[in-house]
Design a protein around this ligand. Structure first.
Ligand SMILES: Nc1ncnc2c1ncn2[C@@H]1O[C@H](COP(=O)(O)OP(=O)(O)O)[C@@H](O)[C@H]1O
Ligand SMILES: Cc1ncsc1CCOP(=O)(O)O
Length: 565
């Protein structure tokens, strides 16, 4: 019988995680709650104790028809008649473990990259476990910070090695999963590393680019169950969560192009015969004006006032709040969030993460503006932290910022572009052709399973399936501070009212913003960036009046090209 890997528990017997409870009763509660596989992992105990505990655990798991696997120790698995073992890259090799345990035993292998995954698959692993998805204190607290005089030098080395495993993030997991497509599509694959109640839905979602992609067979957790106050309740909640699509999962054309049907795919094309479908764009903007969505900005110190004014001029209701404790209340108001790292600090970063979690839980749209992300190490780190912390519906930035996003994710994410040393918050000279820009935004959107917008004289936007180039805008936008940031605010307002097509909402925001800029820049009294700013706010305000009237002819100015990537 093929084991069910849906919720795979890896045990941890150290006081920091297990506390003063006994492991068999924690495991009993966990399997009753819905754990489907148990791996007994104990790097510290003497063999005699390992065998005794493994026996107790096996009694518990057998009673619930759940396989028990022993970490590393084939001898212990044989001694207690466990269903199998789990080996790492540093442990006994797969072939020897298989030989000792026989063809029916479960032999799982930890992998950290595509080559290891392919080797384990070819070598006859029963399943593979990809990790580490996120950094986790579990190994550190369980092994290194806890004095273990009996730990041999070899064990110390091995433990250190595990602690320094590279962090893959969901994109790294997906890269490995997709390498296995066509190679061995049927091998069960799970992932491990820092997984818990708040990040499992996103990992399951972002580890696939589309519904046609191979999916994970399950997730492995340690402290989310072993350290939980009630391991049984924790297991039950995790099982329920694994089976429920996350609140932020929206219908995406990229997910199901084939399943959409020709009529629906065409309807969502947005551009027909070289012209943008004006009524669809106007519908989004009218909804903003009529419903006044809350637009929560966690933005930099430079643009607070400008961003609030832009939001008001397009008909949204801005609130500039950088304190995460009020984010759950704001997320409940059905609006959207902008996370703009323009003046990021360590405290601010912690607040962004909490607010992101609050919006992700409610399914409220979130825009990430990684301002200056390619300029300093602090910003690169902040970007890495945010990309692992939650799901962003839209990531927007100038060329250098999008390059930073593309090169940030975990190993194996595989977007082929060079990171750029950004000049402050502005982008340096462009080094990419139009085709490369189109491919870059498509690849980021596909990797993150969201929408990516790269701004500049011309903008490129993609949801992984549809990619457009927008040729609107005005040179004064590039000559004032905060044009990119306030475009993020504008897009967030559109996302709040158009949740079933993130790309359309983004395109609507871009067009309104840039055509307003063209109208402002064309005014005879606008002679430079200084006079442009108030004229731009006026133009946004005037356009808002037009869509309230249902007028769409201003969109004749839209210049949107379909990119063939
Ligand atoms: N030279 C330009 N001509 C037309 N539009 C521009 C120009 N430079 C920037 N923009 C527009 O200004 C907005 C912000 O883009 P950008 O300046 O790239 O962002 P940032 O301020 O984040 O660096 C976008 O709408 C973009 O299209
Ligand atoms: C100048 C500056 N410094 C930190 S944030 C910021 C504003 C950047 O605005 P934008 O990226 O929209 O031009």
């Amino acid at each position: 019988m093929t084991p069910d890997y849906t919720l795979y528990l890896v045990t941890d017997s150290t006081p920091a995680i297990l506390g003063d409870r006994d492991l068999p009763s924690v495991v009993r509660a966990a399997v009753k709650g819905g754990v489907t596989v148990v791996q007994y992992r104990d790097k510290m105990s003497e063999t005699v104790d390992l065998v005794r505990t493994a026996r107790q655990l096996h009694e518990v798991t057998r009673a619930h028809n759940v396989p028990l696997l022993i970490n590393d120790r084939v001898d212990v698995a044989l001694a207690v008649g466990a269903e199998g073992v789990h080996v790492g890259q540093e442990d006994m090799d797969l072939a020897s473990a298989r030989k000792l345990l026989g063809p029916d035993a479960i032999v799982g292998v930890s992998v950290g990259n595509a080559d290891e995954a392919k080797a384990a698959t070819a070598g006859g692993a029963s399943y593979i476990s990809i990790g580490a998805v996120f950094a986790t204190p579990t190994y550190a607290s369980s092994c290194l910070s806890f004095p273990q005089p009996q730990l041999s030098n070899n064990n110390v080395k091995r433990v250190r090695k595990e602690n320094t495993k590279s962090i893959l993030g969901p994109p790294g997991v997906r890269a490995i999963l997709s390498c296995l497509r066509g190679y061995s599509p049927s091998i069960p694959v799970i992932c491990i590393g820092g997984l818990n109640f708040s990040n499992i839905p996103r990992v399951l979602y972002q580890s696939r680019t589309s519904l046609d992609d191979p999916a994970l067979s399950g997730v492995a957790v340690v402290s989310a169950i072993v350290a939980a106050q009630d391991p049984g309740v924790a297991a039950k909640q995790l099982r329920a969560q694994i089976n429920t699509p996350p609140a932020f999962a929206r219908p995406r054309m990229a997910d199901s192009v084939a399943g959409l049907g020709e009529a629906e795919a065409k309807r969502r094309c947005l551009v027909e015969d070289g012209r943008v479908k004006a009524e669809m764009v106007v519908d989004v903007l009218r909804r903003v004006a009529e419903t006044t969505p809350i637009c929560h900005n966690m933005t930099n110190l430079v643009v607070q006032n400008f961003a609030a004014n832009v939001a008001l001029c397009i008909g949204a209701s801005p609130i500039m709040s950088t304190t995460a404790t009020e984010a759950p209340d704001l997320a409940a108001l059905n609006g959207s969030l902008v996370v703009n790292v323009g003046t990021v600090t360590p405290d601010a970063l912690a607040n962004y993460q909490q607010a992101l979690a609050a919006y992700n839980e409610k399914g409220g749209p979130v825009v990430l503006d990684p301002v200056g992300a390619g300029a300093t190490q602090l910003r690169r780190n902040a970007l890495r932290t945010l990309l692992s912390a939650g799901y962003f519906d839209v990531i927007k930035g100038n060329e250098d910022e999008i390059k930073a996003v593309a090169t940030t994710a975990g190993a194996g994410a595989g977007i082929d572009t060079a990171a750029a040393q950004q000049r402050g918050v502005d982008s340096g000279a462009s080094t990419l052709s139009d085709a490369q820009k189109a491919e870059l935004v498509r690849a980021v959107a596909a990797r993150e399973r969201n929408v990516c917008l790269m701004t500049g004289r011309h903008d490129f936007v993609s949801d992984g399936a549809r990619t457009f180039k927008v040729r609107n805008g005005h040179k004064f936008l590039g000559a004032i501070t905060g044009s990119g940031c306030t475009l993020g605010t504008t897009i967030a307002a559109c996302l709040a009212v158009k949740r079933d097509d993130t790309l359309l909402a983004t395109l609507a925001g871009v067009l309104m913003f840039e055509i307003a800029a063209e109208k402002a820049g064309a005014r005879p009294d606008v002679t430079g960036p200084g006079s442009f700013v108030p004229a731009f706010l006026d133009a946004l305000w005037t356009l808002q009046g037009m869509y309230e009237l249902g007028k769409a002819d201003w969109l004749d100015a839209a210049m949107v090209d379909v990119c063939d990537v």
